[in-house]
Write a protein that binds this ligand. Structure first.
Ligand code: PEP
Ligand code: MG
Length: 763
């Protein structure tokens, strides 16, 4: 077994024989649940029943409130006076500890624990032993259920398991109680959450949770043996589907991808995981509820896990459990749910490949809990032209499938279940932005020329076939960056030479006489193709084995792509560039593989491109300082500011905590960009900027003032940028910016803004 470990390592306690007590308890709980008494009474009966069955002096339930404090809502054994009165702050006491870690806690002597907090009103003085279990639902901690005993009692694994099962049943009751206590009930309360804009605009639509945690339809089994058989069948089907994935995996692009799938298979066959599921079924839960119970624990622990490796393992397990639930529901393991057009996708995190699966789904918006503006998920969202907001904490747990959501990419907020006024204003804003778009489209055939007569060339970034339709819509000069990895990321199997060539050929045809610059595959890091499996997590994926590094280590696959490109461009101009080049030698190595492929084409009498241009993406500071040497070998360069800035500032573009901290318009970054452009000009090397900065107005002013004249951006940005270009006098800004960056000081952003505002430009 690889270091990824076995599920049992994090799955909790060792398997136990089926608990007769737990089964009895469950059957009593079942009749309680069927009871129609009001919630507080039912909760009271649950605590009585639990205390009796589990021979505890105390059983209490604490409910977590919106502010994360924990209120006592039912107890057997503590003073009834304390119910509704005792409220523990977030993290206060042992109950707070269970809630914040989302894990069970058992102590023989609670008093000696440093987190013990004494509440006189509860009368809990004489209780020594403590067992607390989180009440989890949809990955959220709803509260805590606690057992206490006077004696110093050591609760055993079986008791912890039994209390966890009770907590699962309680989750439904506590959720109902929480709704009853909130004024309008949870599902109708409007909520506003802040985030970071990944793609501008305003959109509204029903929420579609990417990975919803649906409470099982049935909690209890009428016949545990039947449930066990259902579980067995589902497990078998799950294993078969994983075996099928394994057999589909070849040819293997990555050394370890097979390892990863193998590891995945081991997870599915892990006896301790299976035993936990089986035990839950034998205790009287339905098969779905049993899987759900085990999954809740993993999900909650995932929320608090910091360690990357641990997170990956928990994700693996959760993924397996989700697949198993789909099997039980009779759905094919890989099937994505259908969603109505105009939906808003809500996810905690999503990889670019998974997001691409939604390319034809007609999404209106995307809301992500993770992902920074420079992340590839954000880039895919922009490529798909969908309004998106990232870093929206709590979106997944607050929104429910079908809730109306406004994705306000102008004010960086997400409104869940907005009130009628907000909806009305959103409708008018959407209409307004449609009008604005119509206005901008009039610029399509106008030149991108500044007031002082400087011509700019504006290209689009593409990667999906429908991107190319935008070439005409926005009147772009061509495709400045064609991300070829998108084809790989959306393919179940490695695309063959003819598949690749057909795709590239279609792009060249579609662009007709306009240039298309193909960037060779930039996979690795967070960009993983389905047929690769998920690669072993590297410590620093952005700095790791990705893009050209990976391609050079796999010349067989790389040469297939180069061969496809040559084939596609027969008789026409082929423009190719390599991503993440760190040294001139790497560029030369890639270029010589391209030469080999050209020779191969000559030898086999294939039609050659009529002209060839080979460039490098400047995405590493080391290459930015190698321009004179590079110019002797390359025909052009393209500055990938997304990666270049992440490496320059040592700030992960995918990590929302650091990605927005540094500014491309700060002096050190502009000095680097100025040197880069001056070195390129001195060597007569054409240069384009194709990172996201090329589509941001103030950054564009900065880049133009440094002398950059070719920009490649998301299609949706071309018209607004053209409008900006046409309204400024760049000759006035150039000397000011050059002078600013020659001096020490903070970001030039306010200065640039002031200058263009003085020119009457609003951005
Ligand atoms: C970049 O890094 O700026 C770039 C354009 O490449 P990608 O965003 O695809 O990494
Ligand atoms: Mg890049």
């Amino acid at each position: 077994m690889s270091e990824r470990g076995r599920p049992g390592d994090i799955g909790g306690t060792a398997p136990r024989p089926p608990a007769g007590g737990a089964r009895l308890l469950l059957s009593r709980l079942r009749s309680l649940m069927a009871d129609t008494a009001p919630e507080p009474q039912r909760l009271k009966r649950v605590v009585e029943l639990t205390a009796n069955t589990m021979v505890a002096d105390v059983c209490s339930i604490y409910m977590r409130h919106e502010d994360s404090s924990l209120g006592l809502i039912a107890t057997e054994g503590l003073s009834q006076e304390a119910v509704g009165r005792t409220r523990l702050a977030e993290n206060e006491g042992l109950v707070g500890l269970v809630s914040s870690t989302a894990r069970p806690l058992r102590l023989t002597d609670a008093f000696s624990h440093p987190r013990f907090s004494y509440r006189p009103e509860t009368g809990e003085d004489p209780f020594h032993s403590f067992l607390g279990v989180p009440i989890l639902r949809s990955g959220r901690v709803l509260g805590v259920v606690v057992l206490q005993n006077r004696t110093e009692r050591a609760y055993d694994d079986e008791e912890v398991e039994a209390l966890q099962t009770i907590a699962m049943v309680l989750a439904e009751l506590v959720a109902a109680e929480a709704e009853a206590q909130s004024a309008n009930g949870r599902s109708s309360r409007p909520i506003e959450l802040e985030g970071r804009v990944l793609n501008e605009g305003v959109a509204m639509g029903p929420a579609h949770l990417y990975d919803p945690v649906v409470p099982p339809a049935r909690l209890f089994a009428s016949d545990p043996e039947v449930e066990e058989r259902r579980l067995n069948r589902a497990l078998e089907a799950l294993r078969q589907s994983i075996d099928a994935m394994l057999s589909r995996a070849g040819p293997v692009l990555f050394g370890e991808s097979r390892d990863v799938l193998e590891t995945y298979r081991l997870f599915a066959h892990d006896p301790s995981w299976e035993a936990r599921l089986r035990e839950a079924v034998r205790s009287g839960l339905s098969a779905e509820a049993a899987v759900d119970r085990v999954r809740r624990e993993h999900r909650a622990r995932l929320a608090s896990a910091r360690d990357n490796l641990m997170r990956e393992r928990l994700h693996d397990l959760e993924d397996l459990e989700n697949r198993l639930l789909r099997q039980l529901a009779g759905l094919d393991g890989d099937e994505r749910r259908a969603l109505p057009k105009g939906s808003v996708l809500v996810a905690s995190r999503i990889g670019p490949a998974e997001l691409l699966e939604y390319r034809d789904a007609g999404l209106a918006g995307i809301v992500l809990e993770e992902a920074g503006a420079g992340s590839h998920a954000a880039i895919v969202a922009r490529a798909m032209g969908i309004v998106a907001i990232g870093a929206v904490e709590g979106a997944v747990t607050r929104a429910e499938d079908g809730d109306l959501i406004i994705v306000d990419g102008e004010n960086s907020v997400v409104n869940i279940r907005p009130g009628p006024e907000l909806v009305q204003s959103c409708v008018s804003r959407i209409a307004l932005s449609d009008e604005k778009l119509a206005e901008l489209s009039k610029l399509r055939d106008k030149p991108a020329r500044t007031l002082d007569g400087q011509d700019m060339e504006l290209f689009i970034n593409a990667g999906l076939s429908f991107d190319l339709n935008h070439l005409d819509d926005v009147g772009a000069k061509g495709v400045g960056l064609f991300r070829t990895e998108f084809q790989f990321m959306t393919a179940e199997r490695m695309p063959g030479i003819e598949d690749q060539a057909a795709f590239y050929r279609a792009a060249i045809d579609r662009a007709s006489d306009r240039p298309v610059v193909f960037r060779t595959i930039d996979l690795g890091g967070d960009k993983i193709a389905p047929f690769m499996g998920r690669s072993e997590r590297e410590e620093n994926p952005a700095l790791g084995w990705r893009a050209l590094r990976l391609a050079l280590d796999h010349p067989y696959f790389f040469r297939r792509q180069l061969r496809s490109l040559i084939r596609a461009a027969g008789g026409r101009t082929l423009r190719v560039m390599f991503p993440m080049v760190a040294t001139v030698e790497e560029f030369e190595a890639a270029r010589s593989l391209l030469d080999d492929e050209l020779e191969w084409a000559v030898k086999f009498d294939r039609e050659l491109p009529q002209k060839l241009q080979v460039g490098a993406m400047v995405e590493t500071p080391s290459l930015a300082f190698s321009i004179p040497a590079l110019a002797r070998r390359a025909d052009f360069i393209s500055v990938g500011t997304n990666d270049l800035m992440q490496f320059f500032f040592a700030a992960d573009r995918d990590n929302t905590r650091v990605s927005a901290r540094y500014d491309l318009l700060s002096r050190p970054a502009l000095r680097l960009l100025a040197k880069l452009r001056d070195d390129a000009a001195a060597a007569d090397l054409p240069v384009t900027v194709c990172g996201e900065a090329a589509g941001r107005p103030l950054e564009v002013v900065g880049l133009m003032a440094l002398g950059y004249r070719r920009l490649s951006m998301q299609a949706g940005r071309v018209a607004p940028i053209k409008q900006l270009v046409r309204s400024i006098d760049i000759s006035q800004i150039e000397p000011v910016l050059r002078e600013l960056i020659a001096q020490p000081g903070p970001t030039t952003r306010p200065e640039l803004l002031r200058i263009i505002q003085a020119q009457g430009v609003r951005i």
